[in-house]
Design a protein around this ligand. Structure first.
Ligand code: ATP
Ligand code: GLN
Length: 144
């Protein structure tokens, strides 16, 4: 008999308690994405300015905000969000909803298993470290 798992991610994704959702986005869509995530209780987000090329090649952003660079890399923003397994699909859906224009260069999302989370201030690990005060799980337990 197949093992039935309460898992929102597909089978080819290694099973993990936590995942990092790493999204490469158009810089001018970042505020839209972060406010969408805030609305569902995502509190922990890291962003970096990056440059890259994909199918879009090195062609310049048509919507402005980023300059055509010497080496043809296009300015993008990388957003990294570590969440518990049950939150992955909603986070991915929200990012797509807020970031998609339908044009080449909308970006990509990578889902990466995360082995552990450690809160430096307290030394907490795992679930205790990953949960954010006032975050998704706090909000849903308050609603319950
Ligand atoms: P503390 O309660 O000690 O403040 P914290 O869990 O709220 O701990 P911070 O110290 O506020 O964590 O986080 C520092 C930085 O770590 C944040 O600015 C953010 O860049 C990053 N970060 C925290 N949690 C996450 C997460 N779940 N996913 C991605 N980045 C995170
Ligand atoms: N999983 C955390 C919580 O439920 C939120 C994680 C995050 O904000 N990145 O509190």
């Amino acid at each position: 008999l197949p093992v039935i798992r309460a898992q929102s991610s597909p089978d080819y994704v290694p099973d993990s308690k936590f995942y990092k959702v790493e999204a490469i986005l158009r810089p001018w869509r970042v505020s839209q994405v972060s406010s969408a995530l805030l609305k569902i209780g995502i509190r922990g987000v890291t962003v970096s300015d990056v440059r890259g090329f994909g199918a879009q090649g090195g062609s310049t952003e048509r919507h402005g905000g980023s300059e055509f660079t010497e080496d043809n890399f296009v300015a993008k923003v990388k957003m990294e969000i570590v969440v518990s397994k049950d939150q992955v699909e909603a986070v991915v859906d929200k990012i797509i909803e807020a970031a998609k224009t339908g044009e080449i260069g909308d970006g990509k999302i990578f889902v990466v298993p995360v082995s552990d989370v450690i809160r430096i201030r307290t030394g907490e690990r795992g679930e205790r470290a990953e949960k954010m005060t006032g975050g998704w799980s706090d909000q849903s337990s308050a609603a319950a």
